[in-house]
Design a protein around this ligand. Structure first.
Ligand code: ATP
Ligand code: MG
Length: 612
């Protein structure tokens, strides 16, 4: 491919609205172009990388017998109503009316009625396809003999993200591989889960990126029903904790926190109400410092408690108030709270409601004497005595709290955010280390949630009808390509991993106006292409060598071959490794052989790097 003909416009300056490296570099390298917030065009270079990654995914899934199909992007509301998700999916689901519904709406309005437009939305853009695939399978599969089955597509998804950002990493429109499997029983679904888990390890391993499979939150079902695959990168939106002594690695949303032994705060005393007064002081630390009496000149933070009031909403629409009590120096993990009460949604109680319920301003609310609130207490407070807690009276705290005694009906559970340095709950020996991760894929055991709601059943050997057991498996195709850049760049630009580089070799012709130099460059291009290499040939005229090298570094093609009049005078051209910057010189006739050697070295490095 001649660069003079390539649709590409490189930028010297970093675009102002680009927040992360991958976005900055892909925009500067002319790979993506923003069309609207979170919506991008993939220009030719980026599209080549995306397609290459898709092919890797296809190849690995084919090894496990997965079948590819393609479902529509525009989906009817009926299917989503059947699964119940039309109501629960929230604003990320972009809903709209088609022409027929619009006409009906207009007619009702013409009659002077004021219907809610939302009641006429009858389509949405698919953010994920459980409903459609379940509908396909229930219409086409009847017998246990046809199962198991694993179907996938690579398709454009739309999610109306609240904060689209980071370029391809959190777009509104993006490309996803979504796969779904159907089984006669749990055992079979579990086998497929691990088969996909291993396929994902192969897929991300082939990119040579550092990644980790991570135990993740699976909602109220609990258990290890889902793993996320994370590319490790400082810009990652997720916090991951990984034990330095065993394999336990999990999303911090899920990480089990060890029960910590409490310090000895003296013999248990009774609850002394409204004991400490810290007028107008709201922060936990400042309040603890201000808790003074004849005995105390401020309280250790670990002797204070903190309190959160939530409203839990359940799948049947019912709601319940939930209070969470933790040690003053611990963070609450709302995902754990949500799962413990098996809620579909959990929100902090709005301040005005919380104030009305407790009778106190924020900072002084507490768990004692609250009627109608389900109380959860972090297990590190089990056995603790002589704590302080908000008095439900502005400016005051009780002293002497013994949760087991003073909070009748409370449950001691793991509520807190685990932290770096905590002892691992699995091996009991190692300690958690913290990483940032970009979620590039997820495997999930769905069970019979969709098949039951949508009557996707099969006849077993006895002729009895059963719901199919399902799994689903996603990979963010475009996000992965961006994440690979987050791990592979330097001050000059991108350093593409060989398997998804848009081209493998870039020939930089320094003197394209010279027929002799251009002739050699074209000859080498032809020979490399004949040998099966993908070559981008910078044949642009009127650019200084410096400008061409700068562009080449920015684009990040793994191998650069420089052909110029100066070198050719001595009969040589130069091959430079983008990552190591190591240069080798040889005769033009040796180009194919030298490029083969360099490629083999890069692939070997990749193999040892994969899954690091
Ligand atoms: P996140 O927590 O990052 O919002 P998710 O868990 O909601 O992602 P899934 O439903 O698991 O996403 O989708 C499968 C994969 O699709 C994700 O692992 C991720 O790689 C990719 N993905 C999800 N949302 C986006 C997005 N807004 N832009 C790009 N890729 C995305
Ligand atoms: Mg996910």
């Amino acid at each position: 491919m001649k660069q003079s003909k390539l649709l590409i416009q490189t930028l010297r300056e970093t675009p102002r609205d680009a927040d992360v490296v991958s976005q900055q570099l892909m925009m500067r390298a002319g790979m993506i172009q923003k069309v609207a917030a979170g919506i991008y065009s993939y220009l030719p270079l980026a599209f080549r990388s995306i397609r290459k990654f898709e092919e890797i995914v296809r190849e690995e899934l084919a090894k496990d017998g997965c079948q590819e199909l393609l479902m529509p992007a525009v989906l009817p509301a009926e299917l989503w109503q059947e699964s119940g998700r039309w109501k629960f999916y929230g604003d990320e689901l972009l809903r709209f009316c088609d022409r027929k519904a619009k006409a009906e709406l207009a007619e009702r309005r013409a009659r002077g009625e004021q219907p809610d437009e939302r009641d006429f939305f009858n389509f949405c853009l698919g953010p994920t396809h459980e409903e459609v695939i379940t509908d396909i399978v229930r219409r086409n599969v009847r017998s246990y003999k046809q199962l198991p089955m694993n179907l996938f597509q690579i398709q454009t998804k739309f999610r109306d993200e609240r904060r689209p950002r980071f370029g391809l990493m959190r777009g509104r429109e993006f490309t996803m591989k979504d796969g779904y499997s159907f089984h006669v029983d749990d055992a079979c679904a579990d086998r497929e889960y691990w088969a996909m888990f291993n396929a994902y390890k192969r897929i991300f391993g082939r990119l040579g990126v550092k990644f980790r499979p991570v135990e993740a939150d699976s909602g109220a079902i609990g258990g290890s029903f889902t793993h996320e695959f994370h590319v490790l990168a400082g810009s990652g939106e997720d916090a991951i904790l990984s034990c330095d002594g065993c394999d336990y690695t999990s999303n911090i949303e899920k990480t089990e926190a060890p029960k910590l032994a409490g310090a000895n705060f003296g013999d248990r005393r009774g609850l002394i109400k409204d004991h400490f007064c810290t007028p107008g002081v709201v922060g936990q630390v400042e309040q603890a410092a201000g808790m003074k009496d004849g005995e105390h000149d401020g309280m250790p933070l670990a002797q204070t408690s903190k309190f959160f009031l939530y409203r839990a909403t359940f799948s049947d629409g019912a709601t319940k108030l939930v209070g969470a009590v933790l040690r003053g120096d611990h963070e609450v993990n709302p995902v754990k709270v949500k799962n413990l009460v098996a809620a579909a949604e959990l929100e902090l109680l709005p301040l005005d409601e919380a104030e009305a319920l407790t009778g106190a301003k924020t900072g002084f609310m507490g768990p004692v004497g609250l009627a109608g609130v389900r109380l959860l207490v972090d297990r590190s407070l089990e056995g603790a005595v002589n704590l302080t807690c908000g008095a439900n009276r502005t400016d005051y705290h009780h002293f002497g709290l013994d949760p087991a005694r003073d909070l009748p009906g409370c449950t001691f559970v793991d509520l807190r955010m685990a932290a770096e340095g905590d002892t691992c709950t699995r091996c009991g020996k190692g300690h958690y280390q913290a990483f940032r991760g970009i979620e590039v894929g997820q495997v999930f055991k769905l069970g019979i949630k969709y098949s039951k709601a949508m009557s996707c059943t099969f006849l077993d050997e006895q002729g009895k009808e059963n719901p199919m057991v399902m799994g689903c498996y996603g990979i963010g195709i475009t996000r992965t390509v961006a994440a690979a850049i987050e791990q592979n760049y330097d001050a000059d630009g991108i350093i593409w991993p060989w398997p998804i580089a848009p081209y493998q070799v870039q020939i930089v012709c320094l003197d394209p106006a010279s027929p002799e130099v251009a002739g050699v460059a074209n000859q080498v291009e032809q020979e490399l292409e004949d040998a099966g290499f993908e070559v981008l040939h910078d044949d642009r005229e009127g650019l200084s060598p410096g400008a061409k090298f700068k562009d080449a570094d920015l684009l990040g093609i793994p191998l650069r071959l420089t052909v110029g009049a100066k070198g050719l005078k001595d009969g040589i051209i130069e091959l430079r490794d983008r990552r190591t910057k190591v240069v080798v010189k040889f005769k033009p006739e040796a180009a194919v052989g030298e490029v083969c050697v360099a490629r083999d070295r890069l692939l070997l490095e990749l193999e040892t790097a994969g899954g690091r």
